[in-house]
Design a protein. Structure first.
Length: 144
C-alpha cells in the first residue's frame, strides 16, 4: 500500500515538470489579402493567472491590452474585446499554432517564441540636431 501511495505522489509531483511555459514574447505574421502584418504578444504570469499585451508594429500599435488570457495544458486563448479580436492556439515546443479572429475573418497564425523584446524603441528626439531635413529661419516678432 505504501508503494502505491509513493508512486502516486511521485507521479503527481512529476506532472508539474511537464507543464509548458507560455510566458514571454511571441511573434507571428498574418497574411491578409497579400499583405503581411506582424503581430507580437507579450505574455506574463500574474497572481491571477496570465496577462498579455499585443503589438502590431506594421500598423504602429504597441502595448495594446488584452481583456482575457487563458492557458490550460497546452491550449492558449487570448481576446481583446476593445479590438474585437481573439486568438486560440495550441502550444508545441516553441511555437503556437492557432486561429486569429477579427470581425468576420478567421486566419491561421503561427506564433514563434522570441527571446528579444519585439517592441521597438521609438526615436523621437525632442531636441533635434542639425543638419535638419527642412529650412530653418530665425524670425522675431515685436509685441507692442
Amino acid at each position: 500500500m505504501k508503494k502505491i501511495l509513493f508512486f502516486i505522489a511521485a507521479l503527481l509531483v512529476c506532472t508539474g515538470a511537464w507543464a509548458q511555459d507560455i510566458t514571454g514574447n511571441w511573434v507571428g505574421t498574418l497574411a491578409i489579402q497579400g499583405i503581411s502584418l506582424k503581430l507580437v504578444f507579450h505574455i506574463e504570469k500574474t497572481s491571477d493567472g496570465y496577462s498579455a499585451t499585443m503589438d502590431s508594429p506594421d500598423q504602429g500599435g504597441f502595448g495594446l491590452p488584452t481583456s482575457r488570457v487563458a492557458f490550460d495544458g497546452n491550449r492558449l486563448e487570448l481576446s481583446a474585446g476593445q479590438l474585437g479580436l481573439s486568438y486560440s492556439g495550441t502550444l508545441a515546443n516553441d511555437s503556437i499554432n492557432g486561429i486569429f479572429r477579427q470581425g468576420g475573418l478567421q486566419l491561421p497564425l503561427v506564433l514563434k517564441r522570441s527571446e528579444q523584446d519585439a517592441s521597438p524603441t521609438m526615436n523621437r528626439p525632442q531636441n533635434p540636431h542639425p543638419p535638419f531635413p527642412y529650412d530653418v529661419k530665425d524670425v522675431t516678432f515685436r509685441n507692442n
